[in-house]
Design a protein around this ligand. Structure first.
Ligand SMILES: Nc1ncnc2c1ncn2[C@@H]1O[C@H](COP(=O)(O)OP(=O)(O)OP(=O)(O)O)[C@@H](O)[C@H]1O
Length: 312
């Protein structure tokens, strides 16, 4: 388990992480989601003791990283920056890491097999593709057979095969009962991978919610209805929990009724429909709305982060 309590990090007058409190539970994949610059990498660096918090604490399995006698056995991490000697083979890189952490050679071969690098284990890591480099980084993270695995944007730049492989690996690690914490700035990616979401914006916690709950909240359906008798239809549909917005002539946008209910009511009243389309807000849209609100609340410096990511 990872537990952050009132965790903050300031660089000069820049607050990268702002009073974050959350728990990352074992047995599931938890997504750490936020737009670029939200403070995800900084938080992960503090979890690993690479950056000292300005205030607050963060523990891994009940202790700060540095207080663990063998931290690699508690938490394995892959941060964005790679630290592999390009002239060294994948196996030698892992052997060196294992030796300095009291881990046996057998485990090196195990992790090489686990990440599918057996055939290239003797080759120079400098010649590795991005995907192979990522696998090597994950092998290093798993070397100590840690209960907690943490990856910063692991699918960035990977091809679909690599992405599928990482998703399956993360889910497998969670099924084994491990704590799996993975960051991304893409809601669509987290929707495929994570069961729980911790969402941050401008260093602050915006949501700590299951994916199922997030999806339920996000998926408000709107039905587009086009009819030559739009005004009559509008009066027919309006009710206590129903909103009807009139757009261009003949077009209505309805929330609070399903597509079928609208079609049935129109048919019963003998009204003609030219279009009846249900549109669901995508998770990506819901995420952007959520982070944009938080970002705006915290001032104009954040605006480009939110608006710049708009897909529309
Ligand atoms: N060493 C540093 N000195 C000054 N500012 C920093 C430093 N490290 C991070 N920041 C700032 O803190 C904020 C959070 O950065 P961080 O890298 O943690 O965000 P992130 O959510 O990981 O973003 P990304 O998805 O782009 O990696 C950013 O505004 C960044 O510019």
């Amino acid at each position: 388990m990872i537990e952050a309590t009132d965790l903050s990090k300031r660089y000069g007058d820049k607050t990268a992480v702002d009073s974050l409190s959350f728990r990352v539970e074992p047995g599931i994949v938890t997504g750490f989601l936020g737009p670029n610059g939200a403070g995800k990498s900084t938080t992960m660096r503090m979890i690993l003791g690479l950056d000292a918090p300005t205030t607050g604490t963060v523990t891994v399995n009940g202790r700060r990283y540095a207080e663990h006698p063998a931290p690699l056995r508690e938490i394995g991490a892959l941060l964005e920056a790679k630290a592999v000697h390009p002239g060294r083979s994948a196996r030698n890189h892992l052997l060196a890491l294992a030796a300095t952490n009291g881990i046996g050679r057998r485990r090196v071969d195990e992790v090489i097999d686990l990440v599918g690098l057996r055939e290239v284990a003797g080759k120079r890591a400098g010649g590795f593709s991005l995907g192979m480099g990522q696998r090597l980084g994950i092998a290093a993270a798993l070397l100590g057979d840690p209960q907690v695995v943490m990856l910063d944007e692991p699918v960035n730049g990977l091809d679909p095969d690599g992405i599928r492989w990482i998703r399956a690996l993360l889910k497998g690690l969670a099924v084994e009962g491990r704590t799996v914490f993975v960051s991304s700035h893409l809601m669509s990616e987290m929707a495929q991978t994570a069961e729980h979401l911790i969402v941050v914006g401008r260093g602050r916690l915006i949501a700590d919610v299951s994916l199922a709950e997030f999806t339920r909240q996000a998926s408000r359906t709107t039905v587009r209805v086009r009819s030559p008798q739009a005004a009559t239809l509008r009066d027919l549909l309006l009710g206590p929990d129903v909103t009807v917005t009139a757009g261009e002539p003949g077009l209505l946008e309805v929330t609070g009724l399903s597509r079928d209910q609208i079609g049935d009511r129109a048919a019963a009243a003998g009204l003609t429909l030219h279009e009846l389309t249900a549109t669901e807000a995508s998770l990506e849209e819901a995420f952007m709305t959520m982070t944009r609100d938080a970002v705006e609340y915290h001032g104009e410096a954040a605006r480009p982060v939110a608006t710049g990511r708009s897909t529309r």
